[in-house]
Design a protein around this ligand. Sequence first.
Ligand code: FES
Length: 109
Amino acid sequence: MSQSVGRVSTFEDRTPYKFEIDGTDVLVVHVDGKFFAVNDTCTHAEVSLSEGTIEGCAVECWLHGATFDLATGEPVGPPATTALATYSVSLGEGSDPEVLVNINESARN
Ligand code: FES
């Protein structure tokens, strides 16, 4: 089931936002009108990626610099070698819709 993490207008472009959804830490990023949601925990040493930086459509971990593609969750820069879980994102209705994240559904379907 999808959960709202706020309205579109509350998300700055290329800015990391962290939410807890049913006990899972989720990173949500708005890039050029698209929304991406991935697991917030770096697969290298388990720090929060929401404290990292967004480069294009990727997040760079602040601790050792691993980079993950936000669309696929795949590591695209070392030292991480394991992908992040991705979550599907949809938008509600209206001029400033809710951003809806479903942690039970991968964005890679
Ligand atoms: S903890 Fe993220 S790259 Fe090491």
